[in-house]
Write a protein that binds this ligand. Structure first.
Ligand code: NAD
Ligand code: IPM
Ligand code: MN
Length: 439
């Protein structure tokens, strides 16, 4: 049995609360898909700082290095300056492990209401690829005459050809994947920032020439902020600098329902170092300790980690369980209009994963190439008997699981009649239904 070694840094505020639920669900996922976990929890963060005067021990990165991945909660404490907390824990990990891709999906899930009028599930389906090691976050600068009336501060942005090129190329490759729509939007501010961002624009044009099948668009960041609100459905893959990616992904989180749903991966695509998975949100001191935090962002970040580790099917199932929880709507935290606690949401996801959902919804469906809405359905797994054997067609270009969509016997019945060509049945508990067929 494969066992993954994960360094867990729950961190501050709601970090430990949401990571607890993430671990709860990930352990269940491992049991179901037959792989093991070795989690090592590291008590780094603001409490550690109060005791030891630093956010992590000396040589912290060396401690993290042998792990297969890092699962991170959040960092930030009202009594410590944010530049101290973040520049001594989170940001050194992103930079030190050259996690140059920060991947942040912005998907309007079924069962979630967007604050934008008239948006239906999946009308918004974008992924922001944020440059994660340089740009405005390069740790270059300093103070001069500090603490005097003449004091000055310099904060330098660093854009390298190498740094721009690799993240932009990653965005283009992602746009070509079967679950994307072959469009990349680049976001800069090269009208005002005439060096680094001009280099970025130039590299974007050069790389785009290698991908003639991918549509491109270049926006200034102010216009991009406007368009995330005005026409979010037009965005597929968005690639942006470190700071702009940070800002855009808070907007993406809100237009798709909540900070509590926004997941994130800090990825070293070359796999030289462990990648780190964390919710987009922070430590949320305003709701810490109340059981109000939505753990779904942490859980979805866990799903991203599982996918990164190569357990595609398990990642699909976990995402499907989150969708099922959102669609069912009876275990949601207040940010999504519900009354459930952090723990209750974690439990609901685990139950959905294990198919114990009182029979509704019963079956997970896969919509193949969903963004293009081809409408082909494949039966993926039966939650009656919880047996996917002979059902999940791993050779079909299904992209991802987006189920469940069918919630009643009647709907299943109707689907069986109208889509007999596409639909298979569970050979274990409903042998009469048929077998999986793909076109
Ligand atoms: P925040 O993301 O912590 O909170 C913003 C708002 O969203 C708050 O009203 C909060 O209650 C709400 N919110 C966030 N996550 C939620 C969840 N899971 N469920 C329900 N509601 C949620 O941002 P902030 O208030 O600007 O920052 C707080 C602290 O966190 C600061 O110290 C900041 O520097 C830090 N921070 C850390 C990270 C990180 O560790 N990756 C990210 C962002 C902010
Ligand atoms: C995020 C956060 C961090 C960032 C902060 C806390 C340094 O806002 O992960 O989005 O800006 O990267
Ligand atoms: Mn942010």
């Amino acid at each position: 049995m494969t066992t993954y070694r994960i360094a867990v840094i729950p961190g501050d505020g709601i970090g430990p609360e949401v990571i607890d639920q993430g671990l709860h669900v990930l352990k269940g996922l491992g049991r179901r898909f037959d792989f093991g976990w070795k989690f090592r929890s590291l008590p780094w963060g603001s409490d550690y700082y109060f005791k030891h005067g630093r956010m992590m021990p000396e040589g912290g990165l060396e401690t993290l290095r042998p792990f297969d991945a890092i699962y991170f909660g959040a960092v930030g404490h009202p009594e410590i300056h944010d530049h101290v907390t973040l520049n001594n824990l989170l940001l050194p990990i992103r930079r030190g492990f050259d996690q140059y891709v920060c991947m942040r999906p912005g998907l309007l899930y079924p069962g979630v209401k967007s604050p934008l009028n008239g948006k239906k599930a999946r009308d918004i389906d974008m992924v922001v690829i944020r440059e994660n090691t340089e740009g405005e976050y390069a740790n270059v600068g300093g103070f001069h005459y500090e603490g005097t009336p003449q004091e000055m501060a310099a904060q330098t942005s660093v854009f390298t050809r190498h740094g721009c090129e690799r993240v932009i190329r990653f965005a283009f490759e992602l746009a070509r994947r079967s679950d994307r729509r072959r469009k990349v939007t680049s976001v800069t501010k090269s009208n005002a920032m005439g060096y680094g961002m001009v280099l970025w624009d130039r590299v974007f044009e050069e790389v785009s020439a290698e991908f003639p099948d991918v549509a491109t668009e270049s926006l200034l960041v102010d216009a991009a902020c406007m368009d995330f609100i005005r026409r979010p459905e037009d965005f597929d893959v968005v690639v942006a600098s470190n700071l702009f990616g940070d800002i855009l992904t808070d907007i993406a989180a809100m237009i798709t329902g909540s900070m509590g749903l926004a997941s994130s991966g800090n990825i070293d695509p070359e796999r030289r170092f462990p990648s780190m998975f964390e919710p987009v949100h922070g430590s949320a001191p305003d709701i810490t300790g109340e059981g109000l935090a939505n753990p779904l962002a942490a859980i979805l970040s866990g799903a991203m980690m599982v996918r990164h580790l190569g357990q595609e099917e398990a990642a699909d199932a976990l995402e499907a369980a989150v969708v099922q929880t959102l669609e069912a709507g009876d275990a949601l935290t207040p940010d999504l209009g519900g009354k459930a606690s952090t723990e209750e949401v974690g439990d609901a996801v685990l139950q959905a994963l294990n198919g114990r959902n009182n029979g509704v919804p019963r079956i997970w469906w896969v919509y193949e190439n969903l963004p293009r809405r081809r409408g082909r359905i494949h039966l993926a797994s039966c939650s009656f008997c919880n047996d996917g054997q002979g059902l999940h067609d791993s050779t079909a270009p299904t992209g991802r699981w987006y189920g469940p969509f069918t919630t009643t016997d009647a709907a299943i019945e109707q689907a069986l009649q109208t889509r007999a060509e596409d639909l298979g049945g569970c050979g274990v508990c409903q042998p009469g239904v048929g077998t999986l067929r793909t076109r």
